[in-house]
Write a new protein. Structure first.
Lengths: 125, 418
């Protein structure tokens, strides 16, 4: 059965590129436009397991760091690995992401092969 | 939006003469008047000279004071004009930002829309490539498909070659058959000779039996028994002659049949050889075509893969649309900050450093995006150019480079694992 990945990014075109990369490798993808929508989508899953989350940092309404912080407060997703996918590259914000609970940091534009490697390393069994 | 025009129409220039000047002139007139008093009583050259001197001093003083007042007036005018220009400039900036804001939003929306369309089209192209059997970076299914294509061609070759070999074997076996039939014909001739020999032996035996019967008759009673034997031998020789004749007849019949068979076999062998040769030629041609087709398919697959990889790279490049959108966001935020600053005339204008520091997340974020962009696009000339252009327009972003991350970051990639 295909593993499920939630992709959170405010850019629809980037979400599409990420989605295509993941679906071509056999993953099932759920998309969300920002942190608020991401949390809503997760709440709507009704028990369906999400094996990994990929999130942007700069987003309207709720940014990626806040989203991960909120996510880790919920027991169901406490151990779900999160990859931050962003244009940001400063140590300061990277450290904030790590402190929030992210497991990896990928700088856009991403290389599909590198992303798939990171996903296969971190995704839950 | 208009900044309050409380001082825009203010006239600083005094109406009429300056009070100091008026006082000076009044003093001068009074001095001249008092200087005239002695002249009116004792008119002489000394009084006239004194009057002239006082008058010159007074007029010079008045002239000097008037000039000074005029200069002061010009300075004030300049200051007022500069203040007015500043206010107008503030107004202009506020209004221009109002125009730029929707434009930048429109640019962002258009870039997003066009980016989305491009991604859709390119993803469709990749799907079509996949359907056509061109493998991608991670396409296991595609590689199996192309293997199927190649193995089909190989199988075609491996199946047709034995057919060709079998046809050659059939030709050879036909030749063997023909040779066997020929050998049979030769054997039949020998049988015919043997049948003739049987006939001759029977004739000679018959002759011997006749002679024996004659000799038995000559011997009289003593040869009576021998005459019976000779009679029997004669009968046997007649039977042998008949059998020999039958054998000869049969062999003749077989010879005719064999000749017919041989002729038919020869004709069949010739026809078969022609058909088989033609079939072999056709199979050979098919194999050649299959090999050519295989080579063409291989070339096509190679070119298709190259194009597919290029399309995938284009899709990676399209991610810059997101970066451009974020840079537009940063610029838009800075424009709003500038507008707010321009609207508030009471606030003192900051210098460049204060402006950058005051930007907080806006400029820091801008720097972060550009720095990340530089790292992620080492080999992308266009994006380097974009960054250079943005750097030029935001000199404030040219701060000393931040120290590198010392965690498990892989310098050769843009992925950091925590």
């Amino acid at each position: 059965m295909a593993k499920t990945i939630l992709v959170v990014d405010d850019s629809a075109s980037l979400r599409r590129v990420v989605s295509l990369t993941l679906t071509s490798a056999g993953y099932e993808v759920i998309e969300a436009g920002d942190g608020v929508e991401g949390l809503k989508k997760l709440a709507e899953l009704a028990g369906k397991k999400v094996h990994l989350i990929i999130s942007d940092v700069n987003m309207p309404r709720m940014d990626g760091i806040e989203f991960v912080t909120e996510l880790k407060k919920q027991g169901a997703f406490k151990f779900t690995p999160v990859i931050m996918l962003t244009t940001e590259g400063d140590d300061e914000i990277k450290n904030a992401g790590r402190a929030a609970g992210a497991k990896a940091w990928i700088i856009k534009p991403f290389n599909p092969e590198q992303m798939l490697n990171a996903v296969s390393k971190l995704i839950l069994p | 939006m208009q900044i309050g025009a409380t001082t825009s129409g203010k006239k600083i220039l005094p109406e009429g003469l300056d009070p100091t000047l008026r006082f000076t002139l009044l003093c001068s007139v009074l001095a001249v008047f008092f200087a005239l008093l002695p002249v009116l009583q004792h008119f002489g050259w000394l009084q006239v000279l004194t009057l002239a001197g006082v008058t010159i001093v007074v007029v010079a003083n008045a002239w000097h004071t008037w000039l000074r007042a005029k200069n002061q007036e010009t300075e004030q005018e300049k200051q007022d004009r500069a203040r007015q220009s500043t206010l107008e400039l503030r107004n202009l900036i506020v209004q221009i930002v109002d125009i730029w804001q929707p434009q930048s939003a429109s640019v962002k929306a258009q870039i997003e829309k066009a980016g989305m369309q491009l991604v859709d089209h390119f993803s469709l192209m990749i799907k079509e490539f996949d359907s056509a059997g061109f493998g991608g970076v991670s396409g296991d299914a595609d590689s199996s498909r192309e293997e199927t294509t190649i193995s089909l061609l190989t199988m075609c070759e491996s199946e047709l070659l034995p057919v060709l070999n079998s046809l050659e074997l059939i030709i050879k076996s036909k030749e063997h058959l023909l040779e066997s039939v020929n050998a049979l014909v030769r054997e039949t001739v020998e049988l015919k000779e043997m049948a003739a020999q049987v006939g001759q032996i029977a004739a000679q035996t018959n002759l011997l039996a006749i002679n024996a019967a004659i000799e038995a008759a000559r011997a009289g009673n003593a040869g009576r028994g021998f005459a019976v034997v000779a009679g029997e031998v004669r009968k046997l020789s007649q039977l042998s002659a008949e059998t020999g004749k039958h054998i000869g007849d049969r062999v003749n019949q077989i010879s005719v049949i064999m000749a017919t068979t041989l002729s038919s076999a020869r004709q069949a062998a010739e026809t078969d050889t022609k058909v088989i040769e033609r079939t072999g030629s056709v199979v050979g041609n098919v194999l050649t075509q299959v090999r050519t087709l295989g080579s063409a398919v291989e070339d096509m697959r190679e070119h298709g893969n190259t194009i597919r990889v290029a399309v995938e790279e284009v899709m990676v490049t399209l991610q810059y649309q997101d970066r451009v959108s974020q840079i537009i966001d940063v610029i838009s935020n800075d424009m709003l900050r500038l507008q707010t600053l321009m609207e508030n005339v009471e606030v003192e204008l900051p210098n460049l450093d204060e402006w950058v520091e005051g930007g907080q997340s806006s400029f820091k974020r801008h720097r972060g995006i550009l720095k990340a962009g530089k790292k992620a696009t080492r080999r992308n000339v266009e994006v380097e150019a974009l960054q250079a252009a943005t750097d030029t327009s935001h000199r404030s972003a040219e701060t000393p480079p931040a120290k590198k991350l010392t965690s498990k970051s892989d310098e050769s990639s843009d992925v950091t694992f925590f």
